[in-house]
Structures are given as C-alpha cells and as structure tokens.
Write a protein that binds this ligand. Sequence first.
Ligand code: IVH
Length: 701
Amino acid sequence: MPDIGQLAVEKLTTRQAEAELERLAAEIAAHDRRYYQEDAPSVSDAIYDALRKRNEAIERRFPQLIRPDSPSRRVGAAPAQKFAKVRHSVPMLSLGNAFSDDEIAEFVERVRRFLRFTPDQKIVFTAEPKIDGLSCTLRYEQGRLTRGATRGDGMEGEDVTANVRTLADIPKQLRGKAPEVCEVRGEVYMTKSAFLALNERQKAAGKQIFANPRNSAAGSLRQLDPAITAERPLGFFAYSWGETSEMPAQSQSGMVKWFGQRGFKTNPLMKLCSSVEAMLAFHHDIEAQRGTLDYDIDGVVYKVDRLDWQQRLGFKSRDPRWAIAHKFPAEKATTVIKAIDIQVGRTGAITPIARLEPVTVGGVVVSNATLHNEDEIERLGVRVGDTVTVQRAGDVIPQVLGVVADKPRGAKPYRIPKTCPCPLKTAIVREAIAGGEEGARSRCTGEFACPFQRIEHLRHFVSRRAFDIEGLGEKQIALFFEQGWVKEPAEIFTLEQRNSKIRLEEHEGFGETSVRNLFSAINARRKISLERFIYSLGMRHVGETTARELARGYGTWDAFHQACVQIAAGNGETRTEMDNLDQIGDTVIDSIAAYFGEEHNRHIVERLKAQVDILPAERPASDSPVVGKTIVFTGALEKMTRDEAKAMAERLGAHVAGSVSKKTDYVVAGPGAGSKLAKAKGAGVQVLTEDEWFALVGEQR
Ligand code: IVH
C-alpha cells in the first residue's frame, strides 16, 4: 500500500484525499498546540509550512472535503478540548470540619495527646479565614512559574497553567531568592463585588449567570480559553505548599510570611492563638466581620504553627491532624416550593425559578430562588410541593440546596416545558454550553419571534452600557412594548413622530415635561459610539469588551458591518481577519455570523442604522508610524510590562496579536524570546528590540 502522505496531490483519489485531510488536520493541530500553547514546537517552520501547503492544495482540488476543523479555517491552536491531568507530587488534602466550640477544645486536646504534651505545654496555632474558593497549586522552578493545577480529587488535578498566568495575584516570577523547586498552594477566589459585576455583564451578554462567587471563580479558572479567565477578576491567597526543595521557614506563620515576601497576597486577618479561648474569640471576631469582607468565607482554619510538630502529627486518612476548619453556620432556612416558573433571557436561555412560601434567610425575606437549569433540578430532585432548604450565601440570588427528607413530597417530577410560555409557544431545546464545564441549558428557539426574547433585547438595548437613554428604563420599555408602541430598537427613534397618535403624555406616569424630556434624551442618543452600537445589538457572546475590540479593530460601522455580512455569507478570508483581532475567536465569530445570517436581524439593524449616526471608533493617533500595523510582543520585556506594551501600541493605532501570522508586521522581542521569534524570522517578519521599538514610535524610555 502506498503511503498516502507521500502521494502527489494530483494522484489522490477522493477517499485518499479525505483520509489525508483528516491526518493533516490532526497533525497540524498537534503542531499548533505545541507551538502556540506549549511554546515548544517539535518541527521546523519549513516542515510545518509544507504540511499546511499540502492541506491547502488538497482542499483546492477537493473543496467538498474541507473539514469543519480544517487548519485553513483557523489561525493558531483551538483551545484544548479538555485540561491535561496533573498528578500532585504531594497530595492536596482537605480539612476536618468542626462546628461547635467543644469540637475545637477536643481538637486541641487530641493534638496535645498525640504529641504527649503536658497540659501546661503551650501550643501556638495560626488562625485564618477559610476562603470559599477553589484551591490551586502553583509550581515554581528556579523561581519561575512552570505549572498551575487545580486540586481535583487531591491526587490528580487539572493543568490550568495558562489560566493561572492571567491572575494578577499570582507572580510569574518569585521575588528575591527562590528554592530550586517550590509549590505554593492557596485559594483562587472572586470578590463579591466582582462577582456581582460579572453576573451583570454575563446577563447583559446573554451568558451564564453564576450562583455564587465560588462557582464563578471555579467556572472562570476552568475555562478552556485562558483569554476568558483573563477577563475575570480572580484573586489568590497563598496559605500552604506542596513539594519544596528547601524549607524557608520553620513555622506555618513563617511560611506564610515568606509567601508574602516572594510576591504573593496572604490573608491579612491571620493571627496566632495560644489557647482555645483565643481561637474561639478569633472565630467569633471573623464571623462578625464576615458580612463586611469582600470575599466569601465559610469558617476559619486553625493550624499548629510549628512545622516539626505538624510533621509529627501527620495525617489521618485525608485530613491533617494538625489543622481543622471551624465552620460558620450557613444562612439557610426551610420553606415550601409553591411553583416552578421559567424565565426566558434575551438570548432565549431558560432559567427555572422556584416560587417559595416567603421565608426569612439571614435577615432577608426570600420568595424566589434560582434552580439554575434542568440538570440542577434533576440533581436536587425537587418537585413542586416539596419542602426545601434555601440558602443565601453571600450572593444575591438565593438558591435551593435540597429537599428536606421526612416532609410530604410533591407528586410529580418537574420537567422544563417543551414550549416557551409565550403566546407563540415556540420550541425549547436543550443545548450544551460551549467552551467549558458549565453544563447544558435549555433555550427557547423563538429568537425575535418570541416576545419574551424581544422584550429582553429591548431591555438590553436601552441598558446603561448600551444606548442608556435617560427616562427609558426597563419599566418604560416594557410598557412601550406591551402597548405595541415599540417592537424593535428603531421604533424608539420614531416614537416622537408617532406621538400625535400615541399621546404618551396622557398615560399614567407621564406628563408633558417628562415626555418632552424623554424625546430629547432619545434624540441626544442619535449619535452613538461604534462600540456601544455593536454592544447594543445584543449578539450572543458579544459583551462590552468584545464590542470594544471589534470597534477598535474595524474603526467604522461600514467596515464592521461589511465584514459581518461577508462572514455570515461564508467568506473565509474576512473571517480570518476578524479572528486575528485580539480576544476574538470562533465562539464570537460564529455568533456574529449567525446573527447577520438572519435576514430578520439584518433588517432590524438596517432600520436602526437609518435612525442614528454611528461615530467611528476613537482611532488612536493617526499619524503614528505603526497605525494599522500588527505587532507581536514576545520574550521578557525589560522596559515595560506586557500590559504597558499592549496599551502603548494600541494608543498608537496598532493591533497587538498573541501569535505570529502572515498579518504580523513587527515582532518586538525581549531576551529569552523563543518560538515566536524563530517563526517571525522564518517568515521574514521584521524583528525589533525593545529599544528599536521605542525609536520607531519616537518615544523615550
Ligand atoms: S489549608 C492540608 N487554609 O478548604 C491543609 N485551606 O476544606 C490544606 N481552604 O481544600 C488546606 N481557605 O480549598 C487551608 N486558609 C485556608 C483555607 C483552606 C480555604 C480550602 C482549601 C481546602 C479546603 C478544605
């Protein structure tokens, strides 16, 4: 049998071509992964280019065989399908829990007995908040961050190196002198304020709403696309360690201090306690502060301070004998589910909501709780009529924790209806959420036909980050929609004209003045920035940041609009161009293509466009020598941070890309630049040192 890989393209049969395209897709993807994600290419550029050329040649001859995952359809590596597994060289263990003061006294007693200490032997414990996030281990070799992994089952976690690198609290290089190997462990968390803001943004973009800061931290860290993690405000507190080639301190508190000196954030509330009374007072004190802290905690942790004693105490199954978690009682209550309703979001996402017999939880009356999605309902097994436990844990949306046993049960299991509750009764389908482990969700397929989605679109359109029209909030737009006065965004701008018929001022809640003010607020918005305009369309996956990138990338509405229409029509080159923009990938492009692929949407946009003036994106310095150029920064920059470099280039009108491609104009390489530099040289891209870059743009450093 001939080796198909050796056959000339002209000689291939259709079957052989199909097999060969499959092989090439896999091989090129593997090279891309090594090149882009691991920064460790295993073939020369020439071999790599030959593979790509062969792929293209076969595709030219057999266009009907072009694969959806063809290398010609994308630049760089697709995000990993799953995370690689990492075996922890020192297991990541959990903690025993205690709830009562007595249990803490018993814990201290156990420690004393185990160490055969007399009652007057002083034992010092560290006491610190127990952060409600997810634990993570960071491996440093010669002071450089080489790997980040989640805890997983304690023995084996997931490799989230690319993701942890995006966290500002995690140094990529340890400060000062570092041991050869050292693994720093701690908790990744999201602050409560960041969590609320993230949910706002997610909601506005029609994306997943998180139940609490811990879930959102976990969901954000475990993103297959690290660019998404980078957008999420995650923090990290260092409190423990794994494998270390030398111990820089002899006590728990000394180690934590050392982490601080090496550039980590450590929890400022940590204290030393040398008696049970002091430990309980600490617990009490932290519980009182709990509501004022900007991160969720679920208790405190006590640890024997001396490491030689920790060593002697060792572990009992999976928990250390030298530490214990003293948990806080959660803010919970029990009540009855009266009904389960569904809410339809802007993009059709269905969220089941439990309507509850009102109950006070932690001082707040709760009558609704989210059930998130169908999987959650199934997991909890809740039915209408069940008595359930509800929790308000630092988050605003109370959640149902589970069914209370020994109480009368509801009669039948709940199923998400097959049709939308709107009068049109459009179909509801179940679909997987792309890009992560965030489960499946049901979605109404009605799009603009579904009045629920329409109204959500209009709400989004007038929201603060979109058109933000004073006097036209959620309530007013809902009223206008229900009355049939405004069915789509363009109609907001024709309201004034039509008001001789509508006579808004004669409706409750409106007067002459407020109507006049409303029209002038609407008119004031006839000039709108490109980024707001793009964002206001409410395309899935096009949040504020993405809209800004697109606006910057295209500059004008006409350029952007033309690209969208072309991409929707299947133009691969235009697609690649968009893909080359920073932070824009397949998910966003697919969503834009889907949106502009719908004639109905194109008309909506057209009619809206006719009403407004879309201002070109603020084009940074148009006279700079790098306007419109694509720059790649690589290696260790010495005179500026990566973020500074990026901001500077963008200010000067350049695009900054993460990888070298045909479109790259300059590669600015610092010391230690590796494969990107090699690739740039191979491709004949101009390479600059940092100083040459400054000289080029005429700035001094
Ligand atoms: S020490 C061997 N300290 O709690 C002991 N854990 O329930 C290692 N956690 O998996 C853990 N805050 O995710 C420690 N200050 C803290 C903590 C903490 C939160 C988490 C951690 C651990 C879990 C155990």
